[in-house]
Design a protein around this ligand. Structure first.
Ligand code: FMN
Length: 187
């Protein structure tokens, strides 16, 4: 059985983030052999080329290496003002500055959980467009939009909504297939 290491990038920094809870739920429903590590991103400074010119900050170096080493990435992010939240966009902006692009050909699945009913469709579509610029292999379907998310998790962050669990399960199978197809295509 093949084993695949998956990196989770959560676009919300708050401890009780519903997107973080969704990432943890994705880890529970992954097929055997897939494992999830959730990246720390809250120590990454806001992108500033003056800072970059003085030398890559350690968190950017760490995240670059983690993305490069992962077989696949799951991005779970809230929608902020109809687009991608700043924390995840900041990670992407930093990593996009590396000459050897860590997202190039990287299989990426996306999840968005929001307080409102729409589930972050607008933000996730922007994220798909951004990842296309960077050459990521974005999993087109199954899509996962978790609207009215507060009602779908218990107060301690466990996914309680069975329909959402089924979507996530199917998406993780899709991510595994995409990883295998990408590996075959790139030798
Ligand atoms: C700055 C800000 C902007 C937001 N904009 C949107 C939005 O455009 N669409 C939406 O559905 N929810 C929006 N929300 C509500 C978030 O969906 C909600 O707070 C969600 O729980 C955040 O994700 P988290 O639980 O992972 O932190 C916004 C929240 C914040 C803090």
């Amino acid at each position: 059985m093949s084993t695949y290491s998956i990196l989770g990038l959560c676009g919300s920094l708050r401890a009780k983030s519903l997107n973080l809870a969704a990432l943890k739920a994705a880890a529970e429903v992954m097929p055997a052999g897939m494992t999830l590590t959730i990246a720390t991103i809250d120590d990454l400074p806001i992108y500033n080329q003056d800072v970059q010119d003085k030398g890559w900050p350690a968190p950017a170096e760490r995240l670059r290496a983690q993305v490069a080493a992962a077989d696949g990435v799951i991005m779970a992010s809230p929608e902020y003002n109809w687009s991608v939240g700043a924390p995840l966009k900041n990670v992407i902006d930093w990593l996009s500055r590396y000459k050897e692009q860590p997202f190039q050909n990287k299989p990426v699945a996306m999840v968005s959980a929001t307080g409102g009913p729409v589930g972050g469709v607008r933000g996730q579509l922007d994220l798909r467009r951004i990842m296309a610029v960077l050459g990521g292999q974005v999993l087109v379907k199954p899509e996962v939009f978790i609207g009215s998310a507060a009602g779908k998790f218990s107060p301690d962050g466990k996914l309680t909504d069975e329909t959402t669990r089924k979507f996530l399960t199917d998406q993780m199978l899709g991510l595994r297939d995409l990883i295998e197809r990408t590996k075959r295509a790139n030798g």
